[in-house]
Design a protein around this ligand. Structure first.
Ligand code: BMA
Length: 337
């Protein structure tokens, strides 16, 4: 690890209070920047009849509780998006049928597959970004205000693209979205780009944000995780980075800090992973050694952050940190500048 030490004193989370954020205090003697929920996984296998695995999913606070859009892989292996609710963000009730997204004529749309959702609230509307089958994967966008009806917005990019993640607020008149051009298979490359749009339909003005590597833990490819978190120091981005080994790919979680006004500028970036597969549910499953973060909850007054991540393409798990802890760690392990 590099020894660049910028002090991160008093970084504040933007956004409101979330007193019921799922939370566990840092274990005594902990030396890691994030710590796992000790009752992981939050969602196990065969959660309801017909669901084989639920992972890489998104959670947001809504009406005093939590709502989620979940990636559910059925017995035929094809993933679709399902809605779920929870009082505490830990015990979930998930609908057995996928969400119905309506087109402009009010007709229910048919999808070939839908996976790796993120849910981002912008000006009172929730936007779902997911990896959508459109002659290959691209970023599908739908919107909802109530998690009861869902409106189709667009396929944002040409195939192939994955890990589309909107910023939770507009920049002037523009929506900004991080995304990762890729291929039609298990992509052996991949950098994070920023794209801009006036209407969420026509996307352009693409800029490179971060390239994969050169550190080996993220040497193959990287992809944005949860919606960037606004702090007084910049946008905090959790992302996945992928290592190539003689035994396959290993997905870990890293963090970066992007400029508040121009998030194509990277202010800090971890020179090692924050969290790498170690727990049994991360190392054993349909795809071993995968940590894939897709959602984060924050409580501004306490600085608490809870991150939901997919584990081994099989389970949904949680880990925790605080903005102070993370910014200190990032400052000490920063490889930018
Ligand atoms: C990526 C995506 C993710 C998955 C990961 C590891 O390409 O397909 O959904 O978690 O691979 O298998």
């Amino acid at each position: 690890m590099s020894s660049k030490t910028k002090k991160s004193s008093f970084t504040k989370l933007a956004g409101g209070a979330l007193p019921n954020i799922p939370w566990q205090d840092e274990p005594r003697g902990n030396t890691e920047p994030v710590w796992r929920y000790d009752a992981n996984p939050v969602i196990g296998r065969r959660f309801f009849p017909g669901a084989d695995r639920i992972y890489n999913s998104a959670v947001v606070p809504f009406k005093g509780g939590f709502h989620g859009i979940f990636r559910v892989d059925g017995r035929n292996g094809v993933p679709f998006l399902h809605h779920g609710t929870s009082k505490d963000g830990l015990k979930w009730s998930i609908e057995p049928k996928p969400i119905s997204v309506k087109d402009a004529q009010g007709k229910a749309m048919k999808f070939t597959y839908q996976y790796d959702p993120r849910v981002i609230k912008i000006d009172g509307t929730f936007y779902i970004n997911w990896c959508n089958g459109n002659v290959g994967p691209t970023i599908g966008i739908a919107s909802t205000k109530d998690f009861k009806s869902y409106k189709w917005v667009s396929n944002a990019f040409l195939p192939f693209n994955r890990n589309g993640v909107l910023f939770p607020k507009k920049f002037g008149k523009d929506f900004y979205m991080l995304n990762r051009p890729s291929d039609n298979a298990h992509t052996r490359f991949g950098d994070i780009y920023l794209s801009k749009s006036r209407d969420l339909v026509d996307w352009g003005r693409h800029e490179l944000v971060m390239k994969a590597g050169p550190a080996w833990w993220e040497g193959v490819k990287i992809g944005a995780g949860p919606a960037p978190i606004e702090t007084s120091a910049g946008w905090l981005l959790f992302y996945h980075g992928v290592l190539s080994t003689c035994n396959g790919l290993v997905y870990s979680m890293g963090a970066a800090l992007l400029d508040l006004k121009d998030p194509a500028k990277v202010l800090m970036r971890s020179d090692g992973y924050l969290l790498t597969p170690e727990a049994p549910y991360e190392c054993r499953g349909i795809v071993p050694n995968v940590i894939f973060p897709c959602a984060a909850l924050t409580d501004a007054p306490t600085g608490r952050i809870a991150v939901y991540y997919g584990a081994a393409d099989t389970y949904t798990a949680l880990c925790f940190t605080t903005v102070d802890k993370l910014m200190d760690w990032l400052a000490k392990n920063n490889r930018v500048g």
